[in-house]
Design a protein around this ligand. Structure first.
Ligand SMILES: *Cc1c(COP(=O)(O)O)cnc(C)c1O
Ligand code: SF4
Length: 437
């Protein structure tokens, strides 16, 4: 807490006079009010002096991508070794953010294009993102939504949010709504409760997910009052965003425990970041710390092609090596799915080491994590019952009408017996063009 006290001292004079440091420090609104937004304050707190040139560069970077770091998150930095510190790198701007590489895109995931109404991203058949806030406790330097997060006028009004909710209400296929942002937990308890109530009123919405980084950067946000709001709903899942084992502190553990103790399933999405966590050893430590706290590692993301992230991007090889170092070596539920969010808005594509070495008509050849090569022989008389969508001939009792309406597209439709499509043809083929003439 020594560093933390130092911050309190530098931040507010009133606090200096009060003896109540801890309570103040643990007040999330105090943390937000005292968020560090400029280089001078960082210099004071870390007791460092950047040289003039570097400082100018940082300030230039801030004009494009603002900085915001909670005193709590800043206090986790190893002050004596700050330049190499994984927490510092996620929080403090770098001039390299201004270099835009040829393949960088403003909106690599096409979130704007896949947006039928403002605030909704609808990419997959049965689930949508509902952007309820553009504010975050900390602006992660590696944020894929850098272009949006930090906008000043960016807590959407109730009428804006209602437009998104109407869209969901009118689309019966949507069974999973992800509250996203920014960070939904930056809203007040009352506002969040209003949103949750409105979404819950929609009968076909089966689950609500909340993506939040507050357990990492502002654990005091998980107050008893917030927990009491969340407790009202029995279909909420929460995903958080720990990137490094050092982010799992006593305070973040308390926050996670508050959430898990009311039965909310917790997941974690990690972004693979160069020089922060691109190491099998660090990742293994991270996933172990997560599962100790009842958080299931969900996704490991390849860093997106957003502008200003080139210096954070790794190659795919290190990601596969990380998964190789986990599968078999540790508990299966501690292993995230490594995904690349397809540039252009194709959604998440899982990638992993190859375990299937070869196959023939009656067996497959597989390898395990140790390098053991084995075979799995198919049964001699396996007869697959072809599905013609007539459940009266089958023991399965699906709601057939509903099932028929839920047209499966994509590669799954090529595999399905009752779908007559047998090819998926890319658009804009030269061949197509020629045939049309
Ligand atoms: C990630 C994402 C989802 C959720 O995907 P899951 O694989 O179900 O977690 C939904 N919509 C969009 C646009 C996404 O990027
Ligand atoms: S918490 Fe998420 S949305 Fe907010 S800045 Fe970080 S990565 Fe971006």
């Amino acid at each position: 807490m020594r560093e933390a006290l130092k911050i309190i001292k530098t931040r507010t004079k009133e606090e200096k006079l009060s003896n109540n440091h801890n309570e103040t420090w643990r007040d999330w609104k105090w943390q937000v009010k005292n968020t560090i937004k400029n280089v001078d304050d960082v210099e004071k707190i870390l007791e460092i002096r950047l040289d003039e040139k570097k400082k100018k560069q940082i300030e230039q970077t801030l004009e494009k991508f603002p900085m915001a770091v909670t005193p709590y998150y800043l206090s986790l930095i190893d002050f004596d070794n700050y330049e190499k510190d994984p927490i510092f790198k996620q929080a403090f701007p770098d001039i390299r953010e201004l270099s835009i590489s040829k393949c960088d895109m403003e909106d690599p995931l096409n979130e704007d294009k896949d947006s039928p109404v403002e605030g909704v991203t609808h990419r997959y058949p049965d689930r949508v993102l509902l952007h309820v806030s553009n504010v975050c406790a900390m602006y992660c330097r590696h944020c894929t939504r850098k272009r949006k997060v930090g906008d000043i006028s960016s807590i959407p009004s109730k009428s804006e949010i209602l437009k998104g909710i109407d869209y969901i209400r009118n689309n019966k296929n949507i069974r999973d709504v992800l509250l996203s942002g920014g960070d939904p937990f930056m809203l007040s308890d009352e506002y969040l409760e209003w949103i949750l109530d409105e979404v819950s009123k929609i009968k076909h919405v089966e689950v609500i997910r909340i993506g939040t980084r507050t357990p990492v950067v502002l654990p005091y946000r998980i107050t008893d009052k917030l927990v009491n709001v969340l407790k009202k709903y029995d279909n909420i899942w929460i995903n958080t965003h720990f990137n490094h084992p050092r982010e799992i502190t006593k305070d973040s553990r308390i926050a996670l425990k508050k959430l898990s103790s009311i039965g909310i399933p917790l997941g974690n999405q990690t972004v693979l970041l160069a020089d922060v966590n691109d190491c099998p050893g660090i990742m293994k430590k991270l996933v172990h710390e997560l599962v100790k706290n009842k958080v299931r590692p969900y996704y490991l993301y390849q860093c997106d092609l957003s502008e200003g992230l080139e210096h954070f991007r790794t190659n795919i090889g290190i990601g596969i090596e990380i998964i190789e170092s986990l599968r078999g070596h540790t508990s299966g539920f501690a292993i995230p799915t490594y995904v690349i969010d397809a540039p252009g808005g194709g959604g998440k594509i899982p990638v992993m080491p190859n375990y299937l070495i070869s196959w023939s008509t009656n067996k497959v050849v597989l390898r395990n994590y140790e390098g053991l090569i084995t075979t799995y022989k198919f049964p001699d008389n396996y007869e697959h019952t072809s599905c013609d969508l007539k459940c009266d001939k089958c023991d399965l009792t699906l709601d057939l009408e509903k099932h028929k309406k839920e047209h499966t597209d994509g590669v799954a439709s090529l595999l399905s017996d009752h779908d007559s499509s047998f090819t998926i043809v890319p658009k804009n083929l030269d061949r197509e063009e020629r045939n049309r003439c």
